[in-house]
Design a protein. Structure first.
Length: 260
């Protein structure tokens, strides 16, 4: 690892593991099958911690996948799990109260949604009870932009303007016209770096908004750890800003989660 990257304490907000139904297109090798393999990859790259989800949560569903994720990260202090949500009306994950009680017991402080794959809408009618709890808890919701679409994200934030949202996997093309209105309207919207690969994009974001709402995310294993580590390490921004983006901002968000 280059010296510039060694000076930073990386906490990746966008990592998954487990064997998916379909190997990601363009993946350079099979995803880590379990937590031990993931930790070995993190050690090789120089990643201290990661906020993770398991392929089974998306491909099979949260009912079976959330317990698998919780078991996989249990005792692995460097791995912090996300649970996937479903509308509580079908009681597949219990009532909203039961779901968050179980999440707290499992040490879960962040959540994900795969509405297209799991056939529900991120609307008040379907997930209102869950969003209200997330707002009260200040717990982050991580959404892959390609899974939800920008219009869905805009509608969600209009309904829940205080929601702590992390926009992930924004795509390889410049997305400033899409995410900047959200950043300026909603103080708890954050973006992660795996989709912010425009030349000078990190510097431009920090110049406009400061570093506190930009989080290091690699998108591993669909992307490499190292590319965004180097982008942050060599960005033309102050060292304090690099440290915040590399891991400090995510640690602050997770430490600020209130009891359910």
């Amino acid at each position: 690892m280059p010296k510039a990257a060694r000076e930073l304490d990386f906490f990746d907000c966008n990592v998954w593991f487990g064997l998916p139904m379909n190997r990601p297109a363009g993946a350079h090798k099979p995803p880590p099958a379990d937590a031990a393999e993931l930790l070995a990859e993190m050690d090789r790259a120089g990643i201290r911690e990661a906020l993770v989800w398991h392929a089974m949560q998306r491909d099979i569903g949260p009912v079976g996948g959330n317990p698998v994720l919780a078991e996989a990260v249990h005792g692995a202090k460097r791995l912090h799990g996300c649970w996937a949500i479903l509308p509580p009306h079908t009681r597949e994950l219990g009532t909203a109260e039961e779901f968050f009680r179980a999440a707290k017991k499992a040490g879960i402080r962040a959540f994900r949604a795969f509405p297209d794959m799991h056939r529900f809408l991120l609307r008040r009618e379907a997930v209102g009870q869950l969003m209200e709890r997330l707002v009260a808890m200040r717990a982050p919701l991580v959404l892959r932009v390609g899974d939800v679409g920008w219009e869905g994200i805009y509608n969600l934030m209009a309904a829940y303007p205080e929601l702590t949202l992390i926009l992930a996997n924004m795509g390889v093309w410049n997305n400033d016209r899409q995410f900047r209105p959200l950043i300026e309207l909603y103080p708890n919207v954050h973006i992660e770096t795996s989709g912010q690969i425009t030349d000078g994009g990190i510097e431009a974001f920090v110049a406009s908004y400061g570093p506190d709402r930009l989080l290091f995310g690699s998108g591993f294993p669909e992307s490499y750890f190292g590319s965004l580590m180097l982008a942050i390490a060599h960005a033309e921004i102050p060292l304090a800003a690099k440290r915040a983006i590399a891991g400090g901002n995510l640690r602050r968000l997770l430490d600020g989660v209130r009891p359910a």
